[in-house]
Design a protein around this ligand. Structure first.
Ligand code: HEM
Length: 340
């Protein structure tokens, strides 16, 4: 090979590298700018809706959402779990429930992100900001386009994407790789913390309050940290955990009988309607107040200190699979009842 052709090739590969670097740089700048613009737009839009919600009357009971109007929901069918034709399910009880009622595809597959936005808005009355942002965020985590792509429910279970350790309704992925099924022993543990005043619908059942949720989340974090050698929980995931917990207050009013059906069977009770009747749905501005209250109410350090001192916190005792109706034996020590 002559020295001139070697020089031409070297020049070609240099210009290719420069072009490639420029294209990537421009792509990154564009994506960062569009992300900042989307965040700014959501923030302003949400604020406007929150103000409108304050001045306009709430929607009337029985007429809050177009899907399940008056509490009549499409028929519930549990997911098919046989090997051949198993339905796709995930760590989110709400999305599984929507699929179990056929409001999302019953097989939980090929759901477009845009479809998810509409269905959540029209079933739970989340505000349009939340209904756009969360599916958009999920699409980004999966490296897909919100505008044109789809997903299967189980895709959302990518560990430490949105799904995380120390959940209220699922054993950690380390103990239970299939995140599509509720962990009954954890859900009963959560219910055992309900201390709020009963509502008029169920006068003999206590309700779950924000502080009950903080207490349970704190205990779950201590226990999961102690029992899961691969435990991790970033600040972002802590906030997401508190956000998920806050939906139980805003959408269900902490009502135990309703939450029992929703979390254990992933079904909407007959006659159930979301408790959020805001004209423009639940905004981040309102929702985040509860999220922060829950997260700030978690006092994990106290329990961790007790653990380090070798003292089991007085309200925590170890249960095994046999005493817990078959939950994973190593899923952790946890309290059987609320602190006195
Ligand atoms: C907008 C689309 C949504 C996406 C992408 C989504 C995704 C998720 C994911 C990945 C989890 C698992 C987190 C964990 O590891 O604990 C989760 C949990 C949960 N989500 Fe959703 N979700 C959505 C909408 C909703 C809605 C509308 C509600 C309420 C009505 C809801 C209520 C919950 C609850 C109660 C949990 C359980 C939290 C726990 O076990 O600690 N989600 N969600």
């Amino acid at each position: 090979m002559s020295s001139s052709s070697v020089r031409v090739r070297a020049a070609d590969s240099t210009s290719f590298l420069v072009l490639n670097a420029c294209t990537r740089l421009l792509g990154a700048v564009y994506s960062n700018i569009s992300t900042v613009l989307i965040y700014a737009f959501i923030f302003v839009w949400d604020l406007v809706l929150a103000i409108l919600n304050l001045v306009l009357p709430d929607k009337r009971v029985g007429e809050v959402v177009p899907l399940g109007r008056g509490g009549i929901w499409p028929a519930y069918q549990p997911p098919r779990l046989d090997q051949e034709k198993s339905d796709s399910r995930c760590s989110c009880p709400a999305l599984n429930t929507l699929a179990n009622h056929g409001l999302l595809p019953r097989d939980g597959r090929r759901i477009t992100f845009k479809q998810l936005s509409t269905v959540i808005r029209h079933s739970f009355n989340f505000g349009p900001t939340f209904c756009f942002f969360v599916p958009w965020f999920a699409a980004n985590i999966l490296g897909r386009s919100y505008w044109s792509d789809s997903f299967d429910l189980s895709d959302l279970d990518v560990h430490n994407g949105i799904e995380h350790d120390a959940s209220l309704t699922r054993d950690d992925t380390y103990h239970s790789p299939n995140q599509g099924r509720p962990a009954a022993h954890l859900i009963e543990f959560l219910f055992s913390h309900a201390s709020g005043a009963p509502n008029s619908e169920f006068p003999s059942a206590p309700t779950l309050t924000a502080s009950d949720l903080s207490e349970t989340l704190g205990k779950r974090r201590v226990n999961a940290r102690a029992k899961n050698s691969q435990f991790s929980l970033s600040t972002f995931h802590k906030m997401f955990a508190s956000s998920n917990a806050a939906t139980m207050v805003h959408m269900f009013g902490g009502s135990l009988p309703d939450l029992r059906t929703f979390l254990l069977e992933e079904r909407l009770p007959l006659g159930w309607e979301t408790k959020c009747r805001r004209r423009f749905g639940l905004t981040f501005a309102e929702f985040n107040g509860t999220v922060l209250k829950i997260e700030m109410g978690i006092h994990e350090n106290h329990d961790v200190m007790m653990w380090r001192l070798g003292k089991t916190p007085k309200n925590i005792e170890t249960r095994t699979a046999s005493s817990d109706g078959g939950g994973p034996a190593d899923s952790g020590a946890f309290a059987t009842k609320k602190d006195s």
